[in-house]
Design a protein around this ligand. Structure first.
Ligand SMILES: [Fe+2]
Ligand SMILES: [Fe+2]
Length: 275
């Protein structure tokens, strides 16, 4: 039997629809990758093209963000809705990390780039499982509630722009996770939901590294092309991210992840060039 290339593994994850099966496939491939790396028998990257859209389960129903019903965060229903939204983000993140592995194979990158994103994809799969476990313990499950339809938009918008993908996905969207997670941990702590608190603490700890991987490889590519990272970051985020960045920012964790304040503060209110 011939060995799968890394991009073939990525496409297998992306084309698996069921959430738990996608997570299991992702974790199995990450294990295969790192076992081979440890044995000094690196798996070739290959160049299998990823689909434009990943396969997704029939449920949840995907709605425009404006049509997703809001629930009071203090109620149990509100907490289930919040966990459901987190599970949806984690499942998207699994696909986003495998997508970046297979999407830009034309650009030669050090093998450490693939190590970082395979590790991140594995962690996102674990996050999806942890949050799904919490939902199931509360009598719900992923797919029970509607979810945001727009989450793959950043991937589509940056499908032809590798640096744009790094700027928008890990350095804007995942960095936003660092800003909002402490508030969610406080909310679930107040409700006495220790399982959800423990899951979110795992997520919070590991997401710092995902943002840091984004910053590391973004700076690497800027250096390769002799570009000013801050200017390029501002240009790409203005081009591909729809809207302004929202304070308050978790400045400490952002700094830990290699994103200084002059990267994000200027994007909070963007003056029109005509002003
Ligand atoms: Fe995550
Ligand atoms: Fe992440």
């Amino acid at each position: 039997m011939s060995v799968q290339t890394l991009s073939q593994m990525a496409v297998e994850v992306l084309t698996t629809a069921d959430g738990r099966e996608k997570a299991a496939c992702s974790r199995a491939h990450a294990k295969t990758w790192f076992t081979a790396r440890a044995a000094g028998q690196d798996i070739p990257l290959g160049n299998t093209a990823p689909p434009m859209q990943p396969a997704r389960p029939a449920r949840p129903e995907l709605l425009d963000p404006r049509d997703v019903p809001r629930r009071r965060p203090g109620s149990e229903k509100g907490r289930i809705a919040m966990l459901h939204a987190v599970a949806h983000i984690e499942l998207n993140a699994v696909d986003l990390h495998w997508d970046i592995i297979a999407r830009y194979t034309d650009t030669e990158m050090p093998i450490g780039f693939y190590d970082d994103w395979v590790k991140s994809a594995d962690e996102e799969s674990k996050h999806f499982n942890l949050i799904s476990d919490c939902l199931e313990a509360m009598g719900s499950h992923y797919g029970d509630l509607p979810a945001h339809a727009g989450m793959w938009r950043a991937a589509e918008d940056t499908a032809d722009d590798f640096m744009g993908r790094l700027a928008v996905v890990p350095m804007v969207l995942e960095a936003r996770g660092l800003d909002v997670t402490p508030g969610m941990i406080a909310l679930f702590t107040k409700a006495g939901d220790t399982a959800a608190v423990e899951a979110m603490q795992v997520i919070y700890g590991e997401e710092v590294a995902h943002v840091a991987f984004g910053s590391k490889w973004f700076h690497f590519l800027c250096g390769r092309h002799n570009l000013d990272p801050k200017d390029v970051f501002h240009d790409l985020v203005r081009r591909y991210f729809h809207g302004f960045l929202k304070p308050p920012f978790n400045e400490e964790k952002r700094a830990e992840a290699g994103i200084p304040p002059d990267f994000y503060w200027p994007l909070t209110e963007i003056p029109s060039p005509k002003d």
